[in-house]
Design a protein around this ligand. Structure first.
Ligand code: SAH
Length: 362
């Protein structure tokens, strides 16, 4: 079954049952069991559709390893805890993280490694990447299936892949944006009957002009709330890195990436990556509702610099060739410069009991 078959599958479903939500579309494109984008491929790197921070440089995962190790020490070195990663991609971040965290052998001895990953193709890649790692991963389909106990959790570019809904402001209030079929049988956007209760929206969105679009992320919020509940019950820390915004705002952030270029969201279902920016304000609120304490988020550049990105880069490049040093400098730029990943990406830390987590402010 090829991916263009997914377009036909979606069209048949719409003809039979009517327009689908953007969330349905996203979930089907990314996770259809036969031809879903993540289910069938390894999308990372120059040959794939996009490059993530752990694939830019080992320094990213190493510094997150330093965060995890510090969190473990701050927790009082628990005898056992779950080291969890949501959506581990190629497993690169975890491999780099474990190299740093192994500096304290007790960390590895106490940790159970839980990888939450739905894609069979990527599970294989992750197992291979972690072949020489000091821990053997156990795979889970959902975070809810991860065993109890104190938690140290990381998620990089996971939440942006979860289905979002879009609402359009009309004369009749916010109505859900749907995907239906045009007269020529092509997928197209339309407005449905679903409504958004806007009583909790900030005033500037309530006064938005007609045609304004607002995105919501109930799937992401539900997972954040569950993480919050676990952290409050068993203790621990979570680190969520993603591109997104810190205050609820209107506008479309849903985008398709196809072979490293922006693509029409409806053009290549199942063949293009679909993501949406994460609303960190509501994500943090959901985690708080679960019982955890969100700390004020940092931009990725600031987060990495506080953890010692420049020092690590210096150590890594010392006594290396000019070309290697140049590549390390490029990686620092990509990860931390404001015009690259440095400000677009945000880092949210959640604390189980409200204690401080370096390098975040309280
Ligand atoms: N963290 C990695 C990969 C980010 S891409 C990196 O930074 O390189 C998103 C990852 O989340 C992929 O591994 C994808 O297969 C996984 N994923 C997407 N939706 C998921 C879901 N609902 N449940 C579990 N994993 C999911």
């Amino acid at each position: 079954m090829t991916a263009s078959v997914l377009k036909e599958k979606l069209a048949a479903r719409i003809r039979a049952h009517g327009p689908i939500t953007i969330a349905d579309y996203m979930a089907t494109c990314l996770a259809d069991p036969e031809v879903g984008y993540y289910i069938t491929r390894d999308p990372f790197g120059t040959k794939g559709d996009f490059t993530t921070a752990p694939e830019v440089s080992q320094m990213f995962g190493e510094l997150i390893g330093a965060f995890c190790l510090q969190a473990y020490l701050d927790l009082g070195e628990p005898d056992s805890f779950q080291l969890v990663e949501l959506g581990p991609g190629r497993g690169t971040l975890m491999a780099d993280l474990l190299r740093t965290a192994s500096l304290r052998p007790e960390f590895v001895e106490a940790a159970g490694l839980c990888l939450v990953e739905t894609s069979p193709a990527l599970r294989k890649v992750q197992a291979k990447t972690l072949e020489k790692a000091p821990l053997v991963p156990v795979f889970y389909d959902r975070f809810a299936d991860v065993p109890g106990g104190p938690l140290i959790l990381v998620a990089n570019e996971f939440f942006d892949a979860l289905p979002i809904h879009q609402y359009v402001k009309t004369a009749d209030g916010w109505r859900e944006r749907m995907i239906g079929l045009s007269e020529t049988g092509e997928l197209c956007f339309g407005v449905g009957t679903g409504r958004l209760d806007d009583t909790e929206l900030p005033p500037e969105t309530q006064n938005a002009p007609e045609g304004t679009i607002l995105e919501t992320q109930p799937a992401a919020n539900a997972i954040a709330q569950e993480i919050g509940t676990r952290l409050a019950r068993h203790g621990g820390a979570a680190l969520i890195v993603d591109y997104g915004y810190l205050k609820t705002a209107t506008g479309v952030s849903l985008q398709a990436l196809y072979k490293h270029t922006h693509d029409d969201v409806l053009a290549h279902p199942g063949e293009a990556d679909l993501t949406a920016h994460v609303n960190f304000e509501v994500l943090a609120r959901a985690a708080r509702d679960g019982g955890a304490t969100p700390l004020p988020p940092l931009e990725q550049g600031e987060f990495l610099l506080r953890l010692g990105l420049l020092e690590r880069a210096g150590a890594l490049g010392s006594e290396k060739s000019h070309a290697v040093q140049e590549a390390i400098r490029d990686a620092v730029e990509r990860l931390a410069a404001p015009d690259q990943m440095g400000t677009l990406f945000k880092v949210l830390a959640l604390s189980g009991d409200g204690r401080a987590l370096a390098p975040f402010d309280m």
